[in-house]
Structures are given as structure tokens and as C-alpha cells.
Write a protein that binds this ligand. Structure first.
Ligand code: ATR
Length: 277
């Protein structure tokens, strides 16, 4: 694909990509900050992600967001990784340094933490946190959550061995516990759903005792209607339930900052996306 080099070029790469909200979000960021840039969507061939990335940068492209299913491949092709991205095992933001090397960053965890702590004013300091799931999405957000100094993070997963692997990987960064859903002993202050069960409208088999009337829940996925997980939490009187739209906008804002060194006010963009859903 040929790109226009008159204006700084950015894009999101995935497969499929037509559903991505990133071009709209970054387009709004550019307007709000008066930054001159174009942000498009690129569908890379499943078997040639690397070719698509190199072609984009070879033609003068400035930065890429990476989405499903390429975040792990983006991690592998990065010449430089931040500490956060290295531990996440996945990269959602690429740029080139002055030497022309491709650098990888992961802004998903920062996006989640900023949405919870800044947008929703939920402090994670000293909290008992439960994270559901132990796949790539969860691994990608653990370090920024741990950096908030919670009392503990329990990782519960259908396949307990995967939760145990994550606990081992992050063991020196805080208090972590791995278990299966049936072993959960609640209630928890904050429950973050990072399973892909949500995408199919499924609910993992969770004991009701993990939710009390002071529990806050966060579903990392978003949908126009309340997710099954958040509806279940509400039925158990969770005090607040949030979806992942704010995380999507905040991870984008962090990528925008990495590329442009400009902080954007995310509130108007969040309001716009909510209004259109
Ligand atoms: P992602 O990149 O979205 O994290 P992934 O790496 O395939 O995708 O991980 C999916 C996560 O959702 C896993 O924790 C998976 O549990 P397993 O490790 O046991 O497979 C979890 N998951 C998917 N469908 C689920 C379901 N129906 N019930 C419970 N957990 C589910």
C-alpha cells in the first residue's frame, strides 16, 4: 500500500480491521490538539504482518498501533522494548527511534489503570484485586496494575496452569495468587474481567461470594449494551460496573503521547463514542 508522506502518517494494523475504532479516536485527537496527521487502518495479510510493518515505515510512516492477532508478532519484531512491553509479551504501539530501529511499547495496561483511577476515580492502592483470565490480554495489563501497589492480585483462570505461569512471571513485582474459579474466596474490592468469554457473551462459572456491595467491576471488553459479566455483578449489587471503552480511548491517548509528545483531553472523545454506540 502506498502512503501519503506530505502529512505524518499513522495507522492501526490488524486482521480483520474494519471494526476498529482507532482511526476515529486518533482522528478526533488530531482535531482536538491541532496536530497535523493522518491515521488509517491497514489489514495485514495473516502470513505477512512483518512485511506490512516494514513497508509502512520504509515509506516514511511515523507510528503504528497493533491489534488482534498481531500483538505478539509486533513484540517479536521490535528491536527495542520498554520494560512494560517486555513483560507484557505483546506490543500495541510501534515507532522508530533516531537510528531507525523499530521500538515496541504496550499502552493497554496504562490505559486500563488511567480509566479506572482518573476517569472513574477508583484507587487501586491497597486493594484486593481479582483478575479473571490468564491470556494475552491479562498479561498485557498486569505490570501497570501492580505499579499501583494493590494489597494483592488474584489471577483466576479456567486453566489454572496459565494463571500460575503469570504469577511466576510477575512474582517479584507484588503479591500474586493463582487459582481456579471454584477456589475463589471473596469478596474482592475490584474485579477485572480479562477473559475472552465476554466476546461470546459467556460468563465464567464464578461464585457469587466474590462480589459484595462495595465491589467495583471492570470488563476489559466493551459493547453498546452492558456485558454479561457486568450484568451478573449488578445482580449481586456491585457498587459500580465499567466496560472497556475508556481503556480503549486511554490506551490510544498514551500511544498518541508516545508519538506526538502531546497529551489529549480524552473526555470529549469518550463522550462522542458513547453517543454513537
Ligand atoms: P486474549 O488475547 O483475549 O487474552 P487468549 O490469550 O486466547 O486471548 O486468552 C483467553 C482467556 O480467556 C484465557 O484466560 C481463557 O481461559 P483458558 O486459558 O482456560 O483457555 C479465557 N476464556 C476464554 N473463553 C472462556 C470461557 N468460556 N470461560 C472461561 N474462560 C474463558
Amino acid at each position: 500500500m502506498d502512503i501519503n508522506v506530505e502529512v505524518d502518517q499513522y495507522a492501526v494494523v490488524g486482521n480483520p480491521i474494519h471494526h476498529s475504532k482507532s482511526p476515529k479516536i486518533h482522528g478526533e485527537f488530531a482535531v482536538l490538539t491541532d496536530e497535523k496527521l493522518e491515521y488509517t487502518a491497514i489489514q495485514a495479510p495473516i502470513d505477512n504482518f512483518s512485511g506490512a510493518v516494514h513497508s509502512f515505515f520504509d515509506q516514511g510512516g511515523k507510528g503504528l498501533n497493533i491489534t488482534v492477532p498481531f500483538k505478539e508478532q509486533a513484540w517479536s519484531l521490535s528491536s527495542q522494548l520498554s520494560d512494560r512491553a517486555r513483560l507484557a509479551g505483546a506490543v500495541n504501539t510501534l515507532y522508530q527511534n533516531k537510528k531507525g530501529e523499530i521500538c515496541g511499547e504496550n499502552t493497554d495496561g496504562v490505559g486500563l489503570v488511567r480509566d479506572l483511577t482518573v476517569n472513574h476515580k477508583i484507587s487501586l492502592v491497597g486493594k484486593r484485586i481479582l483478575v479473571l483470565g490468564a491470556g494475552g490480554a491479562v498479561r498485557g495489563v498486569l505490570l501497570p496494575i501492580l505499579e499501583q501497589n494493590p494489597a494483592s492480585i488474584t489471577i483466576a483462570n479456567r486453566t489454572v496452569a496459565k494463571a500460575e505461569q503469570l504469577v511466576e512471571l510477575f512474582a517479584d513485582r507484588g503479591e500474586l495468587i493463582a487459582c481456579g474459579f471454584a477456589d475463589l474466596n471473596g469478596p474482592f474490592d475490584v474485579i477485572i474481567n480479562g477473559t475472552s468469554a465476554s466476546l461470546q457473551g459467556d460468563l465464567p462459572p464464578l461464585p457469587d461470594s466474590i462480589v459484595s456491595d462495595t465491589t467495583v467491576t471492570y470488563d476489559m471488553m466493551y459493547a453498546p449494551d452492558k456485558t454479561v459479566f457486568n450484568r451478573w455483578a449488578e445482580s449481586l449489587h456491585a457498587v459500580q460496573t465499567f466496560d472497556g471503552l475508556g481503556m480503549l480511548v486511554e490506551q490510544a491517548a498514551e500511544s498518541f503521547y508516545i508519538w506526538r509528545k502531546v497529551r489529549v483531553d480524552t473526555q470529549p472523545v469518550l463522550a462522542m463514542l458513547r453517543a454513537f454506540d
